[in-house]
Design a protein around this ligand. Structure first.
Ligand SMILES: [Zn+2]
Length: 295
């Protein structure tokens, strides 16, 4: 390619492979297979994926996935699911938990009120890790004294990627179909916001801990009897024993199962799942139910 061709290729107009619209150098992204996506079509994708990793067909599938996510948010989450928001309102970012459907989303003050962006939900059972982060720099004042200056802070979330080995992770996790990079949720971007907003980071981490059963195996100082984990393990053991008895019966009688009996067996099997996954299976069932409401 000659120099003229190089410039034309780099700075010239391209056609968006999705809408066939023209896109200039500043509002396009190159995707796999030497094709381009324009800014408008880009807005239909997750903010957390790297487009260059995907082909046109894959991104088309991704846009459908985002449409479904937007529908689950509007038709299921907003339709009676309880939500907990940290913070409740912000110009930055935060996290909104929907325990009733086993999913969360990232609040974004700059985009949430704009209808054109599809809302993106993440399943609790896709979360591999979450931790608070804070970036600080050192500044030297005129007296030669150095002090720490707050840069930004929030939570970093890692989802289970398609290539991750889930056998080495907590039981019951599943891979996210598209996101492989760490997600940064920025709660505060300057010193003024620091104190106000970082306590919401604590709240959100606390809620993640609650979902994933962290601290379930500790007894409160003044509580007697079983802790949450002990109860869950006991219910799991009972569930296993009952299911075994039912299985033997069915095998013996060539069993016709009543609906009542089927429901009982399902409940016992769920208790076993809960014990094995540290309680996460309950949220998996809720997320599956929410997804199945959208065809
Ligand atoms: Zn386009």
């Amino acid at each position: 390619m000659g120099l003229g061709g190089f410039f034309k290729n780099t700075f010239g107009k391209k056609t968006c492979t999705f809408c066939n619209g023209e896109c200039g150098m500043l509002n396009r992204t190159k995707i796999k297979g030497d094709e381009y996506i324009c800014g408008n079509c880009d807005d239909m994708c997750s903010f957390h994926i790297q487009k260059y990793r995907f082909t046109k067909d894959e991104l088309r599938g991704h846009m459908e996935y985002m449409k479904r996510s937007d529908r689950i948010y509007k038709e299921v989450a907003l339709n009676g699911a309880r939500s907990e928001r940290y913070p409740s309102a912000t110009a930055r970012q935060g996290i909104e938990f929907f325990d009733d459907i086993g999913m969360f989303r990232i609040i974004d003050g700059s985009k949430d009120n704009n209808e054109k962006y599809p809302k993106e939900l993440f399943r609790y059972d896709q979360v591999a890790n979450y931790e608070p982060y804070m970036e600080e720099s050192e500044e030297t004042d005129s007296n030669g004294k150095t002090k720490k200056v707050f840069g930004e802070g929030g939570i970093k979330i890692t989802l289970v990627g398609g290539r991750d080995d889930t056998t080495t992770m907590r039981k019951g996790l599943r891979a996210h179909p598209y996101i492989t990079e760490e997600i940064t949720v920025c709660f505060a971007t300057n010193d003024r916001e620091k104190e106000n907003y970082l306590r919401y980071v604590d709240n959100a981490i606390h809620h993640f801990n609650y979902i994933f059963g962290v601290n379930d195996d500790t007894n409160g100082l003044f509580s007697f009897g079983m802790n949450k984990k002990e109860k869950r393990d006991l219910m799991g053991a009972i569930g296993f024993a009952k299911t075994a008895v039912d299985a033997v019966k069915v095998a013996k009688d060539g069993g016709e199962l009543t609906d009542e009996k089927k429901a009982e067996i399902q409940a016992n099997m769920n208790a076993m799942d809960d014990a094995q996954t540290g309680g996460l299976a309950e949220y998996t069932r809720r997320a599956d139910a929410a997804e199945s409401k959208i065809n």
